[in-house]
Write a protein that binds this ligand. Structure first.
Ligand code: HEC
Length: 171
């Protein structure tokens, strides 16, 4: 008798509990289904890319004669490369896809540490920065206000084949 009654009570409680869970789950279902609006809005892009005007026109002009002095003998007068010395082009689709997605720091390190290939230490790093500005200009990345500078800032500039869609300058 006692057992039986207890059993009944237990049953009742179990059912009530199950019902509570079902109601609870249904409620949560509504909560999950409803507000996509609570997701964070499209995140703001912090990093800059070569499309954001990361060198000045002046700087690219200074870089041009430096390029001719130290680089064109292998990479060509128009940065087109030279098969006879196995020197790749420094403009165009191959060059751009080689560096697409890398930071400018990587490209600058390549130049700073290994170029000119026959005498890398004989061209000052500051000249190489100006040359990099010239190379960017020859790849039709836009000039801007700040000069390109050596240092950690280069790690925050991405080399991108295409401008980010959010950039809004639809040219
Ligand atoms: C003596 C010939 C020679 C000279 C001078 C020279 N390079 Fe190079 N460069 C090469 C060769 C060969 C390669 C390909 C092998 C390699 O990546 O090391 C190359 C590769 C490069 C690359 C990598 C290209 C890519 O798509 O991966 C860059 C950037 C570059 N050179 C920039 C320069 C700059 C800037 C100068 C002038 C400061 C310069 N080079 C001078 C021979 C030269």
């Amino acid at each position: 008798m006692w057992n039986h009654q207890f059993g009944k009570t237990g049953n009742f409680e179990r059912r009530a509990f199950t019902a509570a869970i079902i109601i609870g789950l249904a409620g949560m279902g509504i909560a999950f289904a409803a507000p996509h609006a609570t997701l964070p809005a499209a995140k703001a892009e912090e990093t800059r890319s070569v499309w954001d005007g990361v060198y000045t026109e002046e700087q690219a002009k200074r870089g041009e004669p430096l390029y001719y002095r130290s680089c064109s003998s292998c990479h060509g007068d128009k940065l087109q490369g030279d098969e006879s010395t196995n020197s790749p082009a420094l403009t165009g689709p191959d060059f751009i896809s080689d560096w697409n997605g890398a930071t400018l720091d990587k490209l600058f390190s390549k130049i700073r540490l290994t170029m000119p290939r026959d005498r890398p230490s004989q061209v000052p790093a500051q000249d190489k920065i100006e040359i990099l500005a010239y190379i960017l200009s020859m790849n039709k990345f836009p000039a801007g206000k700040p000069e390109l500078e050596q240092g950690d800032g280069l790690k925050e500039i991405r080399f991108e084949a295409k401008p980010a869609k959010s950039a809004g300058s639809g040219d």
